[in-house]
Ligand binder design. Structure first.
Ligand SMILES: CC(C)(COP(=O)(O)OP(=O)(O)OC[C@H]1O[C@@H](n2cnc3c(N)ncnc32)[C@H](O)[C@@H]1OP(=O)(O)O)[C@@H](O)C(=O)NCCC(=O)NCCS
Length: 384
């Protein structure tokens, strides 16, 4: 296998965007190419993740992006894996560079849905669940994660205030991120008093619906060395799956696909969770971050809520989680999220994260899943 590196990264702002889906895809892709300091023609293939292109009248985005970049002859692959599309796309790109098929590729994730409104977006998103058992029965994602939250509260004695701590921390982090969707300081009281969406989850326990695009350039180590820009290494890559519907799982206070993907990534990187300096994890709802922090091995099962309560996951804690603001504050344009996490890790490890740059970090992890964790990918990165 070739050693694989990330040599450039770029992103649009996340939030409610006016430009078209195709336009933000191209803007983000071009910014990653510029960040890598290379010419578009040096890109040998494109991997484009998107879920609801149909909502902005553009599917089969790959050739559209490549054409707009002036490289229409380059092959591309359009990938959908619900909210985990970005990391699956990254994984496919990683595998192809590692196998030696291409020496430099573009990975772009994108979503544009806010113009459809909450009712439509909620309905569209429910198509990503196991629709026969869940979406069709009226269980939207807030409802499904609320079920997990209720089970967690009952099993471990956590409180709703503990979940609120996750939102407060991620909003604090998002304040430092100029590209974040929700840049607003909030308190535990604000979370507790916000409207109930699906009990026990309240407005501030939920990520918003966001538009946005994120891109990275993956390449072989040889390509990175020859091009001279800042790069980081991809040292671990793992994927996993879980039963699609929550009812198919023995326990809903853990996500099996996270554990499978994380084990594979740690094994490939030859490290343990203790070696991770910071992580970008899938906090679509506050309960998700608590569960992720346990499934990724940062804390024992049933202790993630205590870690949140004790600020152990804050910027200055033992293991900073979601320094970008996470899905909660930075936003969750579902096709882009997994790639956006890699953008954050690239910027953190190359010292380009501005005022949110963490000190003394050399190993970062990304964790991104689709639906309630039916599919998942975990990646590990190290600075050079
Ligand atoms: C929580 C949710 C229902 C709110 O939708 P809504 O009630 O239609 O909210 P609106 O878009 O009308 O926004 C109302 C206000 O709340 C704010 N807001 C919306 N969603 C927010 C969120 N998740 N967190 C904090 N504030 C939010 C808006 O900025 C707006 O503030 P303003 O009045 O100051 O401008 C919606 O964001 C949601 O379903 N989120 C989950 C998305 C999801 O399931 N993703 C997939 C995960 S697997």
């Amino acid at each position: 296998m070739e050693d694989v590196c990330v040599i450039g990264a770029g992103s649009t702002k996340y939030g409610k965007l006016e430009d078209s889906l195709a336009d933000i895809t191209v803007q983000s892709s071009a910014s990653a190419i510029e960040s890598a300091g290379i010419e578009p023609k040096e890109i040998k293939a494109g991997y484009i993740s998107n879920v609801f292109g149909v909502a902005d009248k553009q599917v089969h985005l790959g050739p559209v992006v490549m054409s707009n970049l002036g490289i229409p002859e380059r092959p591309s692959l359009s990938i959908e894996s619900a909210c985990g599309s970005g990391s699956v796309s990254f994984r496919e790109a990683f595998a192809n560079v590692a196998a030696g098929f291409y020496d430099a590729v573009l990975v772009t994730g994108v979503e544009k849905v806010t113009h459809t409104g909450t009712e439509w977006t909620t309905t569209y998103f429910s198509y990503c669940s196991d629709f026969f058992y869940e979406g069709q029965a009226g269980a939207s994602f807030p409802g499904l994660f609320a079920s997990m939250a209720r089970a967690y509260l009952a099993e471990f004695g956590a409180t709703e205030e503990d979940f609120a701590m996750v939102a407060v921390k991620n909003h604090d982090n998002g304040l430092l991120n100029p590209k974040a969707h929700l840049r607003k300081k909030i308190t535990v009281d604000d979370v507790m008093r916000s409207p109930v969406v699906a009990s026990p989850l309240k407005l501030y326990d939920c990520c918003p619906f966001s538009d946005g695009a994120s891109s990275v350039i993956l390449c072989s180590k040889k390509f990175a060395q020859e091009h001279g820009g800042d790069y980081i290494k991809v040292t671990g890559s793992g994927r996993g799956g879980s039963p699609a519907a929550l009812q198919g799982r023995e326990r809903i206070t853990t996500i099996p696909s996270t554990k499978i993907a994380a084990d594979a990534a740690y094994r490939m990187a030859g490290i343990t969770p203790r070696d991770i300096d910071f992580a970008e994890v899938h906090d679509c709802f506050t309960i998700a971050e608590v569960v992720d922090s346990e499934d990724l091995g940062f804390f024992e099962k049933g202790q993630g809520y205590r870690a949140a309560r004790e600020n152990r996951t804050a910027r200055d804690g033992d293991i900073p989680i979601n320094p970008s603001g996470g899905l909660k504050s930075k936003g969750h344009p579902i096709g882009a999220t997994g790639v956006g996490q890699v953008v954050e890790v690239y910027e953190q490890l190359t010292g380009k994260a501005g005022q949110r740059n963490l000190k003394n970090v050399s190993t970062g992890l990304t964790h991104n899943f689709g639906a309630t964790g039916a599919s998942c990918a975990v990646h590990i990165f190290e600075s050079v």
